[in-house]
Design a protein around this ligand. Structure first.
Ligand code: TXA
Ligand code: MG
Length: 314
């Protein structure tokens, strides 16, 4: 099976209605969608991505009214976040309704809900007329796709359709906040920063698993965002100079030494935007070691450092 490529959200939504899998752009990264209420289609998402069955999916909505199909209760913390950040790069985790099949939530009694602000994504989701659950549209373990070509590289022949859009704006996945109790907990940092969240919920905390405690966000257990090459975080610009292997650099300042591939970004936002495509390019060129400059952990810098640490973890 060849994957069908289209720029038409109407055509793409027809595949969802027939129980198919469609990759689509959002402002964060491309997602791989299926109707949340079609168990067979949801199961195929896990197969296509080779995703571990214990990693839950985010349900994407085109209308705020769809929240009541998915969540049995909307807590006061969730209401505040929804009011401020929907549509946008934020996922809220709430107790799920019985309508949502357990395959979609990997057996959890909660569900992540997000309304993208991306125009084409919203058009597509509205045409689908059902919430669409979608993980990032990469093979499990690879960097998330920020353009449709990266989706094609990983999933051509494994999914029904790719809705072709532009390169994504942000380039890192959404901020995930557990809102099931009165104490909101950040499970994954993203473009909605901790500072942004604190302006709405002053008591919000960032979750860090304690030893012996079951992990609250199963996705955090799995290897993520990693290229084939070894990734090293560096804070001084001469650290890679003496390395004799095929090497690459990405960061904010000009490094010392020769690199097969080098990207010096003008801002932390640009660094976040470029990172995943850069890591994929490193693999294509068979780079052995990738050196990534560390950034201050404020704003989207905290999310970027989180992804860099995961990419560098052995
Ligand atoms: O920006 C994004 O979030 C993209 C686009 C496509 O929307 N999606 C995305 O999905 O990054 P995925 O599946 O690659 O990451 C979802 C993360 C995982 O870490 C997962 O464990 C967590 O969200 N998650 C989803 N549902 C959850 C739940 N009910 N409870 C706790 N964590 C949940
Ligand atoms: Mg992912």
């Amino acid at each position: 099976m060849q994957t069908y490529l289209t720029k038409s959200p109407e055509e793409a939504s027809e595949f969802i209605k027939k129980g198919g899998l469609v990759a689509f752009p959002t402002e964060t990264v491309y997602g791989l969608g299926a109707s949340v209420f079609n168990e067979g289609a949801v199961r195929r998402i896990f197969e296509a991505k080779k995703r571990p069955a214990d990693n839950p999916l985010i349900a994407h909505i085109g209308f705020q009214e769809q929240i009541s199909l998915l969540a049995s209760r909307v807590t006061s913390t969730a209401l505040l976040l929804i009011e401020k950040f929907f549509p946008g790069p934020l996922t809220v985790v709430l107790p799920k309704t019985d309508n949502v099949p357990l395959v979609a939530t990997a057996g959890l009694d909660t569900i992540g809900i997000r309304m993208p602000r991306h125009e084409l994504a919203l058009k597509f989701l509205r045409l689908c007329q059902v919430p669409v659950c979608a993980p990032s549209a990469n093979l499990s373990g690879k960097p998330s796709p920020t353009n449709w070509e990266a989706v094609y590289e990983d999933l051509n022949g494994r999914i029904d359709c790719i809705l072709q859009g532009e390169v994504t704006d942000i380039g890192l996945e959404s901020t995930v906040v557990d809102c099931t109790s009165d104490e909101a907990l950040v499970l994954r940092l993203g473009a909605i920063s901790l500072e942004d969240l604190k302006a709405v919920l002053p008591n919000v905390k960032v979750y860090s698993p304690k030893a012996n405690e079951p992990v609250r966000s199963p996705g955090l257990r799995h290897r993520h965002y990693a290229p084939e090459a070894s990734v090293f975080l560096i804070s001084s610009l001469d650290e890679a100079e003496e390395e004799k292997c095929t090497k690459a650099f990405i960061g904010l300042h000009e490094p010392k030494g020769d690199f097969l591939l080098k990207k010096v970004c003008a801002s932390v936002e640009e660094y976040a935007h470029e990172l995943y495509a850069f890591l994929r390019e490193c693999d294509r060129l068979r780079v052995e070691k990738v050196f990534c400059e560390v950034v201050p952990e404020t704003g989207i810098g905290a999310a970027l450092m989180d992804r860099l640490r995961r990419a560098s973890a052995k």
